[in-house]
Design a binder for this molecule. Structure first.
Ligand SMILES: NC(=O)c1ccc[n+]([C@@H]2O[C@H](COP(=O)([O-])OP(=O)(O)OC[C@H]3O[C@@H](n4cnc5c(N)ncnc54)[C@H](OP(=O)(O)O)[C@@H]3O)[C@@H](O)[C@H]2O)c1
Length: 248
């Protein structure tokens, strides 16, 4: 798909993979809605994009809150006149053993990683259907393909993302000419570990940096761009992208 002039929503655009992808989308000529809760960061990113000749607006959005998501999508559609691309990327990974019973963190992961992604899909889909084309890219994970001890709930949420993504592709690909892609990264250098409250797991995750060369956010942004820029009749359904030296 030619991205120049296309209108894209990126959730989780305030840091990491989302911010890197938003920059590449804007550089390719897309008009980008930058969505997340930390609006100061979004404003800074929007300024950076505009300074380099791109187009972007900051959209304060909590994906857990349906009204916030609907309002954010409406703001983007009103600003640019439609919607072509959705990068459902917001997510978090506060991992711990199940027996630690951090039920609040489990619910938070389900709310953001699964229900949040469904909220933004629900708000965006009618606009893509109206256009008769579009592309939805969902950030799953290696944890959406395999299960790891300590990551039971995170893996459950990312398996749900993978299943939802494939089901969506089956329903809207042929019927509405909408492509649907699941991105499944391994270890990427982002802020994702910052929210791990279990010190042991946080140290373990940080320690992985000494064992392998983490992917950069740009590496994943490039894979998203590959899927988006494929010819219109090509739906890159899944992209499983790992550090070369990731041994699991
Ligand atoms: N890093 C990895 O190794 C890795 C591997 C596989 C998959 N992933 C996935 O990649 C995605 C992006 O994560 P990242 O690694 O780039 O980490 P990150 O830098 O922590 O980014 C997470 C993004 O999600 C947003 N977010 C969290 N809760 C939100 C909410 N309630 N509403 C709206 N936005 C929310 C955050 O923005 P605000 O806090 O400003 O709202 C932030 O922009 C996640 O889905 C993650 O599961 C990451």
């Amino acid at each position: 798909m030619e991205l120049n002039g296309k209108i894209a929503l990126v959730t989780g655009a305030s840091s990491g993979i989302g911010a890197a992808t938003a920059l590449k989308l804007a550089a390719a000529g897309a008009k980008v809605g930058l969505a997340a809760r930390r609006v100061v960061r979004l404003d800074k990113l929007a300024d950076q994009i505009r300074t380099t000749g791109g187009e972007a607006i900051a959209i304060e959005m909590d994906v857990v809150d349906r009204a916030s998501v609907e309002a954010g999508v409406a703001k983007l559609v009103q600003a640019y006149g439609g919607l072509d691309i959705v990068f459902n990327n917001a997510g978090l990974m506060p991992i711990s053993d199940v027996e630690a019973l951090k039920v609040g963190e489990w619910h938070r992961m389900v709310d953001v990683n699964v229900k949040g992604l469904m909220n933004s899909t629900a708000a965006a889909l009618p606009h893509l259907i109206e256009r008769g084309s579009g592309h939805i890219v969902n950030t799953s994970s290696i944890a959406g393909r395999k299960v790891f001890a300590g990551l039971a709930v995170y893996c459950a949420t990312k398996h749900a993302v993978s299943a939802f993504t494939e089901g969506l592709r089956l329903e809207v690909g042929k019927k509405h000419n909408i492509r649907v892609t699941s991105i499944q990264p391994g270890a990427v250098d982002t802020e994702l570990f910052n929210h791990i409250s279990d010190e042991g797991y946080r140290d373990q995750m940080e320690g992985l940096r000494d064992q392998m060369s983490f992917l950069s956010c740009d590496n994943i942004a490039d894979t998203v761009m590959f899927a988006l820029q494929a010819p219109a009749h090509v739906n890159v359904a899944e992209l499983f992208v790992l550090p070369t030296d990731q041994p699991w």
